[in-house]
Write a protein that binds this ligand. Structure first.
Ligand code: TXA
Ligand code: MG
Length: 314
């Protein structure tokens, strides 16, 4: 059994000590729980890939306390000022050119010349990073499966590979951060998330390209099946359940086994998405029909995760 410790001052101290000693620690963020390791520690990062069974070509996000710390790791473009002033700390990840000699394990960036950086808003993850410095933290699930939104989700997936889990209740957003890649001539949305494309475009007064060409993925994680339940098969945009299907509803309607949001609130639906899929999977349903979710704002992130869970690559 992995120790599950409350994310108070003592818990944070203990987590930081374990991380500084090269161990893995699960931490809450405002999106999902992350499995953290010191970004500069090659051995710790290697053990993180092993624990998650993550393909080593899929790079990790470096979590920093703020833009000053991110500047030390990247060749910081001017446009990143506007984005981080508007959305950091928060669920926005920027993929930027990696600064030569930046203290980030080569394995964490999968040998790429870019690095993903994010400054989480969650007070517990911030308190840990303040003591340890930059941490890599992929979602704390085995590679390919649903991301964890509670400490007990994490505990079910791992054993003694992890030193401890810091518990701070259920995560707020429930889907992973929005990921943008910034190159000298283009800004590209690599992963939809809690911050919608129109909000980002509004903040910078510039168009952002949606990544659609999966032949040449900029984000290695995008090619993989992701966020999948362990057993259940998904049928999307369903008007109702067929025989022997569990219905995951959205909005009013009579058939739901679980309802992502009876009031059609996309924020609530995102927060419930992974935990409800996991609950139906754990309850033994082999087939889950999911109601149609409007593809606007946060709905874009929800539909992205649902398509991946269903084994379709967007
Ligand atoms: O909300 C989140 O971002 C959560 C919490 C824990 O912070 N973390 C998370 O990490 O979702 P992960 O590892 O599950 O997803 C990281 C995504 C992957 O799709 C990966 O391919 C992409 O970011 N990525 C990381 N570094 C990259 C890089 N240098 N270039 C392109 N894509 C990158
Ligand atoms: Mg993940």
């Amino acid at each position: 059994m992995i120790p599950v410790i409350t994310g108070d001052d003592m818990g944070v101290q203990q987590a930081a000590q374990a991380l500084l000693a090269g161990r893995l620690v699960a931490i809450p963020t405002e999106t999902v729980y992350g499995l953290a390791a010191l970004a500069s520690d090659d051995d710790a990062v290697a053990s993180l890939y092993a624990a998650k069974q993550r393909p080593e070509f899929n790079p990790l996000i470096v979590h920093v306390i703020g833009a000053d710390s991110a500047r030390e790791l990247t060749d910081w473009p001017e446009i990143a000022d506007a984005l981080t002033q508007a959305f950091w700390p928060g669920p926005l990840t920027l993929v930027l050119p990696k600064k030569a000699g930046a203290p980030v394990s080569e394995l964490a960036t999968a040998g790429l010349d870019t690095v993903a950086v994010r400054s989480p808003a969650h007070p517990v993850s911030r308190a840990v990073i303040a003591l340890t410095g930059p941490l890599v933290a992929p979602s704390a699930n085995r590679s390919g499966y649903l991301s964890p939104t509670t400490a007990s989700d994490v505990a079910k997936n791992f054993s003694d590979e992890i030193a401890l889990i810091l518990d701070h209740g259920a995560t707020r957003h429930g889907v992973e951060s929005t990921v943008l890649a910034i190159t000298s001539d283009e800004i590209t949305l690599l992963r939809p998330g809690p911050i919608a494309l129109c909000e980002l475009e509004g903040a910078i007064g510039r168009a952002i390209t949606r990544r659609t060409d999966m032949q040449k993925p900029l984000s290695p994680g995008q090619t993989l099946q992701h966020y999948a339940p362990k057993r259940a098969k998904l049928r999307l945009n369903a008007d109702g359940p067929k025989a022997r299907e569990a219905y995951l509803g959205f909005g009013p309607g009579p058939w739901s086994v679980l309802n992502l949001s009876p009031n059609q609130d996309l924020t609530e639906a995102a927060a419930n998405l992974f935990s409800y899929l996991r609950a139906l999977d754990d309850a033994g349903y082999a087939n889950i029909a999911v109601a149609q979710i409007p593809n606007e704002g946060l709905g874009e992130a929800i539909n992205d995760r649902l398509r991946r869970a269903a084994g379709e690559h967007s």
